[in-house]
Design a protein around this ligand. Structure first.
Ligand code: ZN
Length: 162
């Protein structure tokens, strides 16, 4: 496993649409391992492949309940509403208020390319929406209500970075 270099806001790759994965390959499996390592190293709760410069529809998430790997994720259902702070590993040391669905159901393939469904509420729903946005070239900063807020990395707050 290896850490990958994060891409930051202003890098044009973050505005590009990622391509679906047709089959798992050793190369992509390695990418997933590296994404998980990079996400944990950065204390993030989620990471999309584009954030390490790879335009494939792959997402890793861990909101504290263990790692989730999603290939070609699609939001099938969403309902409710939550408004709260959100951050992004590609926009370091900032947070902003974003309204997201409170509950989503996502279909995807897992690391073995088996069909799965993931149901998320609260933080997991937020992370799923945030990461799937990345796959379509969208950043949470497009949806922020009000201004981005500066935070210090050592602040010790519960931060959402994905
Ligand atoms: Zn992000």
């Amino acid at each position: 496993m290896a850490l990958r270099n994060l891409r930051y806001e202003g890098d044009p790759i973050l505005e590009k649409v990622s391509r679906p994965v047709k089959e798992m390959t050793p190369h992509l499996d390695q990418l997933i391992s590296d994404m998980l390592e990079t996400m944990y190293d950065a204390n993030g709760v989620g990471l999309a492949a584009v954030q390490v410069g790879v335009l494939r529809r792959i997402v890793t998430i861990d909101v504290g309940d263990g790692p989730i790997v999603l290939i070609n994720p699609v939001i099938e259902e969403s309902d409710g509403e939550q408004t709260g702070q959100e951050g992004c590993l590609s926009v370091p040391n900032k947070v902003g208020v974003v309204t997201r669905p409170e509950h989503v159901i996502v279909s995807a393939k897992d690391r073995e390319m088996k069909d799965i469904k993931v149901e998320g509420t609260a933080l997991l729903a937020r992370a799923l929406c945030h990461e799937i946005d990345h796959l379509d070239g969208h950043m949470y900063t497009e949806k922020v209500e009000g201004d981005l807020i500066d935070i210090t990395p050592e602040g010790g707050e519960e931060n959402f970075d994905a």
